[in-house]
Write a protein that binds this ligand. Structure first.
Ligand code: FAD
Length: 516
C-alpha cells in the first residue's frame, strides 16, 4: 500500500477519510469508476461503528412502522444486491415476532407482508403468521406463558468486520490505496480557502506527510464534526452520537436456527436475539452520549436493560455471569430540530458540502453503504470536476466471492480465500491447530491476516480479522499470547513490541468483560 502511495504522482482525484463501511464503500465506488483514490484510517479498518453493529442486512421493520417507506425500499434493494455480490458473507435468516396479545398476529402479520412485498424481486423469503406450535418449532426456548403464536419474516445477516475487510480488498483490486493506522490531522486549503488535501500522521512511525487531492471526502462516522471543524472552525455540528450495546451468550440461550425480533421494548425500541457464529447475540440500546470515542464502553444500565428484556422472552433467563462479551458502538445520527429522542432520528444518509468544499457523507446504515457511496461519488466528482463516469458497483462482486461458501466449513467467511488458507495449513501442519478450544479459529488465520489483510496489531486479529473478542472476551485474552507470537514472526516484532502489544490488548479487552 505504501508503495502505491509513494509512487503516486501529484494530487489524488479523491482522498477519503475514515475506513468504516461508508469510507471503504466510497473508495470502492470511486476506484471502480477509474478515479485515483487514497483512503486513510486513523486506527484499523472497522475499529469504529462498522464492527459493532447488529450485523443485519435489513430494510428495517421499525422504519416501516415510522412510515419511512422510501428508506425501507432502498435498504431492501441494497440487501438484495449485497447477497448477490457477497454471497459468501451474507445469508438469509428467519426472524420470528412472538405474539402475546390477540391483536399482534394480524397487526405484525400484515406489516411483515408489506415488508416482504416492498422487496419486490430482491425478496428473501415469505412472511407469514405462525401458530403457537410453529412459533415454538422456530424458537424452542421461547417463554410459552401467554404465547399465542407469532409471525415470521426474512432478513439478511452478515459478519460486519469481515465484510469490511473483503471490501477493502475489493477497493484495492479496483486500484485504490488504503492505509490503516494513518490519522488525518488537518485539512489543507488553497489560497482561495478551498480544501485541497490533508495532512496526516503515520501511527506506526510518527512520520507526518501531506497529500493533495481534488476533493476530500469525510466519512468519519461519529467523528464527522471533529473533521469538519479542522478547515472551518465555525461550522454547525451535524451529528448527535448515540450508543448501542450488544451482549453475547452461548448458543443454549437461543436454540434453533431463527432469530427473535421484539418490536417494542419498554423503552420503545426493537430488540433482537440472533444466532451468530455459534453464539447468541442480543441487542441493542439507544443511549445519547456526549461525545464519540474509539472504544466506547457499555453502561451498567444498558447491560441490565438487555438482560431484563431478554429474560421476558427466554425460558433460560440470562444473567450477568452468562455474558461472554459485551460491545458498544456509536450511531452517527444526523441532527434534526424538534426531535427529543434519538430512536426517532432519521437513519437516512446525508451528503453535506461545507463552504470549504469538504464533502461529508454520514448517517445511513451498513446495509445501504453501496447506495450511499454512489450518491457521494456522484456529488464529489461533480464538485472536483472529474470526468463524468457511471457507477458500476451494482454488479461488482466483493473480494472472495463464492457461490457455495458453506462447503468451506469454518473458513466459509473467507470465500475463495479459504483455499489459500488451506494451502498454508497443508504446507505447515501446525497452522491447522486451534487457538482456543471454545472457538474455531486456527493459527493459519493469524498468518493470513498479517500477510494479506493488513492486520497490524493483536487486537486487529482478535477483534476484526477473527471475531474472538466479540464472541468470547475471556477466550480472546487467553488466545492473545499465541497470536502475538505468530504476528511477531510475520511482522518482525522483538520481545518488547510483543509485550507492549499484549499489554495494550489486555487493557482494551477488559471492557468486553462484564464484571460479575
Ligand atoms: C449498535 C448499532 C447497531 C447497528 N446495527 C446495524 C445493522 O444491524 N444493520 C445496519 O445496516 N446498520 C446498523 N448500524 C449502523 C451501521 O453500523 C453504521 O451506519 C455504519 O457502521 C457507519 O459506518 P461509518 O463508516 O459511517 O462509520 P465508522 O464505522 O465509525 O467509521 C468511521 C471511521 O473513521 C475513522 N476516523 C475518524 N476520524 C479520523 C481521522 N481524523 N483520520 C482517519 N480516520 C478517522 C474512525 O477511526 C472510524 O474507523 C448499527 C449501528 C449501531 C451503533
Amino acid at each position: 500500500m505504501w508503495r502505491r502511495v509513494e509512487a503516486h504522482p501529484g494530487a489524488w482525484d479523491m482522498i477519503v477519510v475514515g475506513g468504516g463501511a461508508t469510507g471503504v464503500g466510497v473508495a470502492i465506488d470511486a476506484a471502480s469508476r477509474g478515479y485515483d483514490v487514497l483512503l486513510l484510517e486513523q486506527s484499523d479498518f472497522g475499529k469504529g461503528t462498522s464492527s459493532r453493529s447488529t450485523k443485519l442486512a435489513h430494510g428495517g421493520v421499525r422504519y416501516l412502522e415510522q412510515g419511512n417507506i422510501g428508506l425501507v425500499m432502498e435498504a431492501l434493494k441494497e440487501r438484495g444486491l449485497l447477497l448477490q455480490n457477497a454471497p459468501h458473507l451474507v445469508r438469509d435468516l428467519a426472524f420470528v415476532v412472538p405474539n402475546y396479545d390477540w391483536w399482534e398476529a394480524p397487526f405484525y402479520g400484515l406489516g411483515l407482508k408489506l415488508y416482504q412485498l416492498l422487496a419486490g424481486k430482491y425478496g428473501f423469503g415469505e412472511s407469514r403468521i405462525l401458530s403457537k406450535q410453529e412459533t415454538l418449532e422456530h424458537l424452542p426456548n421461547l417463554k410459552t406463558e401467554g404465547l399465542r403464536g407469532g409471525a415470521v419474516y426474512y432478513d439478511g445477516q452478515f459478519d460486519d468486520a469481515r465484510l469490511l475487510i473483503h471490501m477493502a480488498a475489493t477497493a484495492f483490486e479496483q486500484g485504490a490505496a488504503l492505509l490503516n493506522y494513518v490519522e488525518v490531522t488537518g485539512v489543507t486549503k488553497d489560497t482561495q480557502g478551498f480544501v485541497d488535501g490533508v495532512s496526516a500522521r503515520d501511527g506506526e512511525t510518527g512520520d507526518e506527510f501531506r497529500a493533495a487531492a481534488k476533493v476530500v471526502v469525510n466519512a468519519t462516522g461519529a467523528f464527522t464534526d471533529q473533521l469538519r471543524l479542522k478547515p472551518e472552525p465555525s461550522v454547525e455540528p451535524m451529528i448527535v452520537p448515540s450508543q448501542g450495546i450488544h451482549l453475547v451468550f452461548d448458543a443454549s440461550f437461543l436454540q434453533g436456527e431463527s432469530a427473535i425480533m421484539v418490536p417494542r421494548t419498554s423503552d420503545g425500541r426493537v430488540l433482537f436475539a440472533i444466532p451468530w457464529h455459534g453464539h447468541t447475540l442480543v441487542g441493542t440500546t439507544d443511549t445519547p452520549i456526549a461525545a464519540a470515542t474509539l472504544e466506547p464502553v457499555a453502561m451498567e444500565e444498558e447491560v441490565e436493560f438487555i438482560l431484563a428484556t431478554a429474560a421476558e422472552y427466554l425460558t433460560k433467563a440470562p444473567k450477568q455471569t452468562d455474558v461472554l462479551s459485551v460491545f458498544a458502538g456509536i450511531r452517527p445520527l444526523v441532527r434534526a430540530t424538534g426531535v427529543a429522542n434519538t430512536a426517532a432520528l432519521s437513519r437516512d444518509h446525508v451528503i453535506h458540502i461545507d463552504r470549504s468544499g469538504l464533502v461529508t457523507i454520514t448517517g445511513g446504515k451498513w446495509t445501504t453503504y453501496r447506495h450511499m457511496a454512489e450518491d457521494c461519488v456522484d456529488q464529489a466528482a461533480t464538485l472536483a470536476q472529474l470526468p463524468e463516469r457511471p457507477c458500476g458497483t451494482r454488479q461488482l462482486r466483493i473480494h472472495g466471492f463464492h457461490g457455495a461458501a458453506k462447503e468451506l466449513g469454518a473458513l466459509a467467511v473467507y470465500g475463495s480465500d479459504a483455499y489459500e488458507i488451506r494451502k498454508l495449513i497443508a504446507d505447515e501442519a501446525g497452522l491447522g491447530e486451534r487457538l482456543h478450544p471454545a472457538l474455531p479459529y486456527v493459527r493459519a488465520e493469524v498468518v493470513w491476516a498479517a500477510r494479506h489483510e493488513m492486520a497490524r496489531t493483536v487486537e486487529d486479529v482478535l477483534a476484526r480479522r477473527t471475531r474472538a473478542l466479540f464472541l468470547r472476551a475471556r477466550a480472546a485474552i487467553e488466545m492473545a499470547p499465541a497470536v502475538a507470537g505468530l504476528m511477531a514472526s510475520e511482522l518482525g516484532w522483538d520481545d518488547a513490541v510483543q509485550a507492549k502489544q499484549l499489554a495494550e490488548f489486555r487493557a482494551m479487552a477488559s471492557h468486553y468483560l462484564v464484571p460479575s
